[in-house]
Design a protein around this ligand. Sequence first.
Ligand SMILES: CCc1ccc([C@H](C)CC(=O)N[C@@H]2O[C@H](CO)[C@@H](O)[C@H](O)[C@H]2O)cc1
Length: 801
Amino acid sequence: SFRSSTSPCQTSSRALAEAMQRHLFFSQAKSPSLATRHDHYRCLALAVRDRLLHNWVDTAETYTQAQVRTAVYLSAEYLLGPHLDNNLVNLGLRQEAEQACHELGLDLEELIREEPEPGLGNGGLGRLAACFQESMATLELPAIGYGIRYEFGIFRQQITTQGQQESTDSWLAQGNPWEVIRPEWSYPVTIGNHTVIGVAYDTPILGYGVRTTNTLRLWAASAPEALDFASFNAGDYTKAVLHKMQSETLSKVLYPNDEPEQGKRLRLSQQIFFVSCSLQDMFRILRGQGLPAREFHRKFAVQLNDTHPAIAVAELMRLLLDEHRLDWDTAWGVTTASLSYTNHTLLPEALETWGIDLFQQLLPRQLEIIYEINARFLRMARIRYPGQPDKLARLSLIEEGPHRKVRMANLAVVGCHHTNGVAELHSELLRRHVLADFAELWPDRFTNVTNGVTPRRWMAVANPALANLLDDVIGSHWRRDLTHLQALGKHTGDDAFLQRWRGVRDASKQRLVQHIHQTQGILLDHSSLFDVQVKRIHEYKRQHLAALHVVERYLRLRNGEDLPPRTVIFGGKAAPGYAMAKLIIRLIVGIAEIVNMDPAMAGRLRVVFVPNFSVSLGQLIYPAVDLSEQISTAGKEASGTGNMKMALNGALTIGTLDGANIEIRDQVGADNFFLFGHTAEQIHEFDRMGYHPMPWIEKDPIVREVIELIGSGHFSEGDRDLFHPLLANLTSHDPFKVMADIGDYRQAQNHVDACWQDPSRWARMSVANTMGCGFFSSDRSIQEYAERIWKVAPVPVEATT
Ligand SMILES: CCc1ccc([C@H](C)CC(=O)N[C@@H]2O[C@H](CO)[C@@H](O)[C@H](O)[C@H]2O)cc1
């Protein structure tokens, strides 16, 4: 296989084994007899790190020498997933590592599972940021990712009969071999009357099949003074360390919601903290290359990952005006030429706003600048739209009223040269609804870049069996250019190939069956249809629609209907404060309890909620999916990326015309997609004209039976009240139109059952899905950002060390 690691470090398995043994002594200070499995994991990780260092150092050297134009990604979240296996694949050392472990009597898979997953994100937005880092490196683009080094990532989820329990994610408890602390790069940030220091921690981001190894720079908060000696000498030890404690809380924990929680001062403090450290670091790099501040926009193309870093508009202005003494117009020109903004959600309540009082307390200078930006902007808009006060009120960066607020999305759109959505429909709805006034004002600033996922982690790492089959029949170029999957078209008529295809997919299902049996003691039937919905729990994603359909299937089986065996797998975390989402988990767990112990369901239906869904669990589940549930209310899911990972691995999608489902259906062919439900337009009409679920329920006796059964306490040990809030919501105003879509959903599911009965037809549809997913590579997304928004060109890395 290829070898991107040109490091002088020997890349043979022998050399790797020796390096592991050397690290056991020199790094772990352990003798083999006392070594733990975690020691061996660290030794392998350190040996792999040794082999990427040359590429990493050469990359920085090349960029410094060449004074390259650089893409900068500002994100409050990075859902990186475990590094070891991915770095082995991207360095082309996977086989050598397997061999080296074997020589040492170790099992590589076991060592890989030893790595604590850096869960520095909630869901789609955070994972997209991670896929984008890997694709930027693979495309040899000079790029830096900036974010926060949370000491505690997304909570760990336990599932009991009571539903979700959360526990702390101390991912750093055993240290982290994949980061290097850079105390030489640390910056003061003033928040209110507090100054905290941000210290850089660098993580290498390896490209695939190239030398490029870019940097992810995460900021950790610390106090200017570690100890307040005066208090210490006065014997007030708590006070002596108080400031240090307070400062460090800033990067202590990730906010576990994927919908904004208004007015959380720590959240706003986290945002200015990492944005200010990042901008100061960029000015240091600029200075290092002898470039003046007014050239900032020539050097850096900065992407704002949603509104979480939108304070960058005001902070960059502050630094240009106050630190670099530029005049307003020059500063504004530099700012708007440097920044661009990606919106990831349409939910109105998800557009972040911050109370003026909180802003005044924490960020008085930035607020002053925002007022000035707004004054100049509205002055321009007033000329453009004379006599339209409502439009100006909507355009304003300030939401007036009893509690005046700063609208972070408006600040981002006004301060950025481009605003994009993450799927065609989403970008269209942004133009037509959420940001319509701005799209009318600046049509050329609005664009779309449909999301993508990296084929390295989500195919080559997660599904090596299918990856090797692809290498076999179409060559391995797909790994760097996913459009090569189209070559599968030549094989869809080849029964031998289809046999191998089914064999590989069944092996992935057996792997998942084994994991669930080991961790949850439930034995699933790998030959049944695996119907999977794994994503954050949210009413708009409609896990409750899928749950209602499972109860329907249960009733139909009990009434003796002959339906093909199906295993329904759910997974996903609910924001701790989101009661309805937690109740939906409770319902699914209650249904699973009853179905799985009902003898009539044996060999017919099984329901499982897999706990603690994460990147590493996703790598195990996505290759084993037959039916991918993408059933959000049309117009609500900005894009989705799980839908892409499942289809890429050969799953068939049952879904609505929402987010990227539409583009997936276009690419894989309507015949290979189970479509149902009202369109975004129709849903919009329902809201405009008024909608009530009852008429839909009245004409659907099965749904009524399902609601009654749930209300009877059948899935809650007889407790008739437990699910009342959910049933009342569904039968009174049903905001996500579950009742309007459940009938059509049933039809689509019946069609699924029919297709499943013809395994070779299903296999051809499965191949068609993989074949059609070339477009959904994050390499293609990044190519679009680099060419259409950032104007950043690839810079191959020379070997200099
Ligand atoms: C704490 C506040 C907060 C608010 C919103 C968010 C994100 C915007 C939510 C999110 O993850 N959005 C998802 O982004 C994905 C990547 O573009 C899309 O594919 C999903 O459709 C979208 O829901 C995170 C945290």
